[in-house]
Design a protein around this ligand. Sequence first.
Ligand code: APR
Ligand code: MG
Length: 289
Amino acid sequence: RNAAVRSTWEEGDVVRTLPKRKRSSHKGTYGKLLVVGGSRQMTGAITLTAKAALRSGAGLLTMAVPDDIYSVVANRVPEAMYYPCPACSGSFSGVIDVSALDIDAIAVGPGMGRTDGARQIVCALLQQPVPIVMDADALFFWNECASLVRERKEVTVVTPHPGEMARMLRLSIGDIERDRFGTSKRLATEYGIYVVLKGPYTIVTTPDGAQYVNTTGNPALAKGGSGDVLTGMIAAFLMQHHSAQEAISNAVWIHGKAADMLVESGHSQWDVLAGDLIDGISSVLSHLQ
Ligand code: APR
Ligand code: MG
């Protein structure tokens, strides 16, 4: 494709590019994901990310959470494995060494807080040679760890909403909203990363500047936790696609379609919870298969 291309990503593109599960497969085929986040103030965000990743087909999932919230998180996601991390007052405190873990991708940020310990963990994870999705509080540390991002050889995905994007680029939210395509392209090409600028008509931009506009989703998604669900979906799909752009665009499309299908079947745009979106993934995937 021409790097200057800007196009919409439609159901036909999803049907064409979504990988089938092979009869001869096992859990290792679909990837081992490490999900890192959570704090005492936000125990739900990382749970949503983990469940969304499992619903999106991740083969194995390990949750790295501050050890003083480990039991509440572990109670909610029995399908996960756990890596309890050093904590202080409910937040990450001190480095963790994940180099011994056998992982294929990382999702970091939801609910992790903005402590110095969280920052150290984000910097350490960026040095792991696997694809990484950075979201929410991990993006708060962008300006401190952007040089590490430049050195990475593997896929890096950032998933800011306009407020997070503004902070990353040291611009105002108005500057982002006035030029969603231009600011996304600048960030993606400058750092060689995939940028998912969220909101109605989420834009996925590749490191070479190609841009794909999402066509699904509705204001039911305007509620805390929807973004955390998307992060898990993107990470799970990265492990299951050859093309990172297709993985990300498919995750964004299915996430929006889950909200659309919920609103068409018994829910309203008011009442959808982020947790409902995780069930919605099942409806979309079974509709597609
Ligand atoms: N139409 C379509 N999609 C929408 C709409 C809308 N009107 N509003 C929101 N969305 C979608 C976005 O595209 C995105 O996928 O819902 C999701 C919202 O993601 P976030 O803005 O990250 O919201 P949230 O899940 O609450 O994030 C949780 O992380 O980013 C931090 O500060 C944030 O603490 C909060 C936490
Ligand atoms: Mg968010």
